[in-house]
Design a protein around this ligand. Structure first.
Ligand code: AMP
Length: 115
């Protein structure tokens, strides 16, 4: 990728702080700076993938790992009554940071449909 680093890439590179709750070789999870629920965690790949629309067949294992990580974190965080996983994609999808991220929201009753 060319151009300026995204804010999430700066977090991966340790250039700006984040409230990191989990890390492994492939991904990082940290608390969202503007939480929309009592639990609002972002799970991101360390690899620079701009959005879900940029995932390739070769990313299958990574994509699965991200989903499994969300599930494991939800369990660890005690979200036994349920939670929501959101991947905003592109302008109309409401994506504001061009680095793939999975939102994990929980700890309150969530409404549907979203806006
Ligand atoms: P989206 O709108 O789906 O692209 O989500 C981007 C999310 O990143 C928003 O929920 C922001 O609150 C969150 N965010 C932006 N900057 C930071 C940061 N430095 N640390 C943690 N979360 C952030």
């Amino acid at each position: 990728m060319s151009g300026e680093k995204t804010i999430f890439k700066k977090i991966i590179d340790g250039e700006i702080p984040a409230d990191i709750i989990y890390e492994d070789d492939l991904c990082l999870a940290f608390n969202d700076v503007n939480p929309q629920a009592p639990v609002h965690v972002l799970v991101i790949p360390k690899q620079e993938i701009p959005s879900m629309a940029h995932l390739q067949d070769s990313d299958q294992a990574l994509a699965g790992h991200l989903l499994l990580t969300v599930g494991k974190l939800a369990k660890q965080l005690g979200l036994d009554s349920g939670y929501r996983t959101i991947v905003n994609t592109g302008k109309e999808g409401g994506q504001s940071v061009d680095h793939l991220h999975l939102h994990l929201l929980g700890g309150r009753s969530l409404h549907w449909p979203p806006g």
